[in-house]
Design a protein around this ligand. Sequence first.
Ligand SMILES: O=C1O[C@H](COP(=O)(O)O)[C@@H](O)[C@H](O)[C@H]1O
Length: 276
Amino acid sequence: MTLPPGDRILAALAEAADGPLADVPGLQVVVEPDAEALARAVASALLARLAAAQAVHGTASVVLTGGGIGTAVLRHVAELAAEPAPGQQVDWTAVDVWWGDERFVPADDDERNEKGAREALLDRVGVPPERVHPMPASDAGFDTPEEAADWYAGALSDAAGDGPVPRLDLLLLGMGPEGHVASIFPDSPAATDERTVVAVRDCLKPPPTRVSLGFSAIAAAEEVWLLVSGEGKAEAVARALGGAARTDVPAAGARGRRATRWLLDAAAASRLPGAG
Ligand SMILES: O=C1O[C@H](COP(=O)(O)O)[C@@H](O)[C@H](O)[C@H]1O
């Protein structure tokens, strides 16, 4: 699969990475002019990625993110899926949908990443309910986020059959201005937790109680795409791609098995080496 070319592709960054980034498989940095162009380009690439996975396996699996750019991508996916281009025809009845993180609040709370994803995409493309795997809400019968996290780890492992995590063709991550991905925040217990799914408490960003994939589950995905827009995130992007420790900038530790793609708008890329 080829991503649409960005306004500038900083391939030199990956080539020059003989230091801290040398062990990142398939590292790519794509820069689009603005958030709208980024969301549209990622949506197009996402459809192509799922279609390619279905061509090989018959099914595809995607891990969704919340956040501004993540939800904008899903809206564009829904639009493009209505009249798919060649190579982007996805059979939505054969797509498994998981989440990278979720807020431990009631199911109808607007803070739920699941709610945003359903409105933006899932209610519009017809993924069968049994293939949609939301992280539990706080009113779904779990007293604590720890119980919810353990349950989701079990759901992943049940789907895998053997091993802790099923095949995840594509895992999307947004990033916060301090470098958090999913709900793994800097210097938090989740940043050093080896479990596939972790409970998160006392987040600096509200709501404070969450459930998140851990780094071990993120690393099991075939491809990890980090979607980042806005000048407020430029410093964290530069630190992550400059080889920061994952405890300091969690985004630095998000890597896929075959590919790790940083998909940025120009503002988010503005502090990278080579940015004009
Ligand atoms: O809290 C969260 O924040 C990140 C980033 O969100 P953004 O609005 O700054 O793009 C998001 O990726 C994550 O899923 C979410 O729970």
